[in-house]
Write a protein that binds this ligand. Sequence first.
Ligand SMILES: [Zn+2]
Length: 124
Amino acid sequence: MLCELCYQKVKTKRHIYNLFDPEIHHLCEACYQKYPLFPKVSVYPIEHYELRHYLMSSKHYSQNPSAYMSMLQTYYVIFLKHYSSHIFLYFDILEDNHLSLMDSLKLGNLFVVSLYENIEEKGE
Ligand SMILES: [Zn+2]
C-alpha cells in the first residue's frame, strides 16, 4: 500500500505474529514523524445533553485527511466501549457553524471525532 502523502510504499516490519495481517496504514513512518497527531478531548454542554469532541490533531497541516483514516480505530473502540448510547459523527474539519447546528438539532448525546478544527476560542 502507498502512503497517501508521499506516495512511497508503506513498509511494515513482518514477523510471525503479523505475517498475514492486512496492511491498514495509509501513512508511512516518515510522514507520521513529519505530521504527528496532537489529540485533544473537549466536552461541551448542549441543550440537555453533552457533546464529546475528540480532536485528532490540534495542528492543521492541510494534508489529505484519508491518510489518517487508520488512526480512527482508537476512537471507534472508545465509542463502542464507553459511549455506545451517543451518536457518532466524524468531520475532517470541524467548523464553528457545525457546533451551533448540532446544538440546535437536539439529537441527544453526541460523540464527535474530527481530524482538524477551525474554531476560534472565545473568552467569556
Ligand atoms: Zn509518506
